[in-house]
Write a protein that binds this ligand. Structure first.
Ligand code: 13P
Length: 254
């Protein structure tokens, strides 16, 4: 069983030339990276098909976006089937930036999960509380609600294609990470919730990633938590050297 994963999320950054250069550096050094860590990257969608074709099979591709519908008259949308046909492996769903700024409701998140799983596209399901919720100590209630609605109708077998990313909103792009203890506690809570909602074997097999100001200097401490299986990395994934350090920190071979 390989639970360790490091996934980079470039968000809306990099030109196509910068993207190709980054892929070149990663591919050159891929053999020197620990082989018990799955490496994933989520570039801007227009680059996906090209970059997939430039890469080895070790590098898995994630779309930052996916449609909540099948194909049809939906200008600007792209479906899970289209992504699969381009060689994309996963889609990020429920990222707080999309929930906050692009009207991605619980219902839409759930539809995107369904469309993706039906098409054979893996899901990285993001959840996370805002600062007010954390200050009120209600983070577990919020995470439970997000997971419950996003995974409505999903069965244990389908969970093999689902990765959970815990990304506290107050830690994203702020330089303020969750402490290793805060991450460990929430990841334990999420794994227990999966065991209750599905079964303990499913809970054990599911990767739970931490995201939010994760960087080379703090990755090892955060990943040391028993239920922290790796990270979803924003800013620090833009630089391949930083990203590689974080991949090394996620290895169990340390
Ligand atoms: P940062 O690592 O830049 O805080 O972003 C985290 C994130 O949102 C990854 O999806």
């Amino acid at each position: 069983m390989m639970r360790n994963i490091v996934a980079g999320n470039w968000k809306s950054n990099k030109s196509i030339n910068d993207a190709r250069e980054w892929i070149g550096v990663m591919e050159r050094d891929m053999d020197s990276l620990p082989d018990d860590v799955k490496v994933m990257i989520a570039p801007p969608a227009p680059y996906l098909a090209l970059l997939v074709n430039l890469s080895s099979s070790r590098l898995l591709y994630v779309s930052q976006q996916v449609s909540a519908t099948q194909s049809g008259p939906f200008t600007g949308e792209f479906t899970a089937e289209m992504l699969v046909s381009c060689g994309v492996d996963y889609a990020l769903i429920g990222h707080s930036e999309r929930r906050a700024s692009y009207g991605e409701t619980e219902e839409i998140v759930c539809k995107k999960v369904r469309c993706s799983l039906d098409a054979g596209l893996g899901v990285i399901l993001c959840c996370g509380e805002n600062l007010e919720t954390r200050d009120n100590g209600e983070q577990e209630k919020v995470i439970r609600g997000q997971l419950l609605s996003a995974l409505e109708g999903v069965n244990a077998l389908e969970m093999e294609d689902v990765i959970i990313a815990y990304e506290p909103i107050w830690a994203i792009g702020t330089g303020r990470t969750a402490t290793a203890e805060q991450a460990a506690l929430m990841h334990k809570f999420i794994r227990e919730w999966i065991a209750m909602r599905f079964d303990s074997e499913t809970a054990l097999k599911t990767s739970i990633l931490y995201g939010g100001s994760c960087k080379p200097s703090n990755a090892a401490a955060i990943f040391a938590g028993e239920d922290v299986d790796g990270g979803l990395i924003g800013g620090a994934s833009l630089n391949p050297e930083d990203f590689k350090s974080i991949i090394r920190a996620a290895s169990s071979e340390l």
